[in-house]
Design a protein around this ligand. Sequence first.
Ligand code: SF4
Length: 149
Amino acid sequence: MTVRLRPHHLLCMLTYAGKGYSPAFTANMTVVVERIAGGEPIEIVSGPDDICRPLLSEPDPHCQRESVQVRDRRASQDVGQLLGVAISAGELPALAEGRLDMLRQAFRDGKIRAACRDCEWQDLCGGISDDDFAGTALKEAGRKAGIPG
Ligand code: SF4
């Protein structure tokens, strides 16, 4: 199995600490993040992904909007430049072994946050990164699974 992620969710997975749009959304996102922490490969997709799924039954889900595609393009550029890989449709090279920490540090330093512009969760995510991502689901799940980073 692969975890299907749209590009800007490569950032959201770093700061996710159990808060989200609805209980169904957070329950699903927790499972997705635990799969990533467990080393499941990530497949980059264009448009709604495994994290968006609980929102897609709503009328006019924001996941389909052009503004979210813009977010994806900004994240693809920033993350791709940082990691030296193309963030485009298809399987992403493994993120373990220090790459998650690279992403966290760059996020904290504001180097890969163009995608976060105008996002309603900006203050929350900024505070979480300032707090060294303490209590985030990815960090906790990775620690339990014995995965560095
Ligand atoms: S500010 Fe928005 S886009 Fe950026 S990591 Fe947080 S939830 Fe994701």
